[in-house]
Design a protein around this ligand. Structure first.
Ligand code: G3P
Ligand code: MG
Length: 246
């Protein structure tokens, strides 16, 4: 049974109601009561950290092409809101710096690294975190666990979180094989059960499953005692937690 309430983590902002990974979506998440946001990052051709889920601009802007082949100026000229709705026309693709400038300093930020095959993202992200001294409020996650290991070695102050979407035999034990401290586990929410959550918490890991939106799923995760829930609907989770006694 849960002892502490999980923190509310707005997935790509309040993705269920606003264009994902835009300042508008992050602000809406904050209005709805989130305590953290999850966002995804890529590097532009000129080495800026760009907040976007896909490696291309096609789905979430009025532009086309790979982010890694565009300059920041080219990316900033695009509209990232009108594909979603008229109300959000004029949103742009934010840089990571713009997100930190826009959201309250109390918010935890889960930065998901989408790819860093050449290690450039590792260096850029660590430099960014150092310049702004963000180690207390940032968790860097990725499905690329080698990348996370490199980042942790490069800057041991970084909190790293392992994303996984396949059933691991014993995720808590796996995390202990890293040889560096792992802060959190970020499983696809349908993979886990109460035992796996309890194992992780007992091992001193935070457990942040993604992306749960349905009331019955949210209730189960709350009951199992997860540390936080990544959701497209932070307001829905806020309301459930306010009801208590899940
Ligand atoms: O970080 C949790 C979740 O965002 C991972 O999947 O595809 O939504 O980035 P995706
Ligand atoms: Mg993500």
């Amino acid at each position: 049974m849960q002892t502490e309430k999980p923190i509310i983590i707005a997935h790509r902002g309040a993705k269920g109601m606003a264009p994902e990974n835009t300042l508008g979506a992050f602000r809406l998440g904050v209005e709805q009561g989130c305590e953290a946001i999850e966002l995804d990052v890529h590097l532009s051709a000129d080495g800026e950290i760009i907040v976007c889920h896909d490696e291309t601009l096609d789905r979430t802007t009025n532009g086309k092409g790979m982010i890694c082949e565009k300059t920041l100026a080219e990316i900033k000229s695009l509209d990232a809101g009108s594909w979603h709705s008229e109300a959000y026309r004029g949103e742009t693709v934010p840089t990571l710096g713009e997100v930190f400038d826009a959201v309250p300093g109390s918010l935890m930020i889960n930065v998901e690294v989408k790819q860093s095959y050449d290690g450039n993202m590792d260096r850029k992200l660590v430099q960014f975190l150092r310049e702004r001294d963000l180690f207390d409020r940032v968790v860097v996650s990725s499905f690329d666990h080698q990348c996370l290991h490199r980042i942790k070695v490069l800057e041991p102050k970084t909190k790293i979180g392992l994303l996984y979407q396949l059933r691991l035999y014993n995720p808590a034990a796996y995390a202990k094989t890293f040889g560096v401290d792992v802060y959190s586990l970020h499983p696809y929410h349908r993979l886990i059960d109460r035992e796996e959550v309890e194992q992780a918490i007992r091992a001193g890991l935070h457990m942040y499953p993604y992306t749960a939106n349905e009331e019955q799923d949210l209730k189960a995760l709350i009951d199992w005692g997860v540390s936080g829930i990544i959701t497209d609907y932070p307001g829905r989770l806020k309301d459930l937690l306010a009801l208590g006694g899940v």
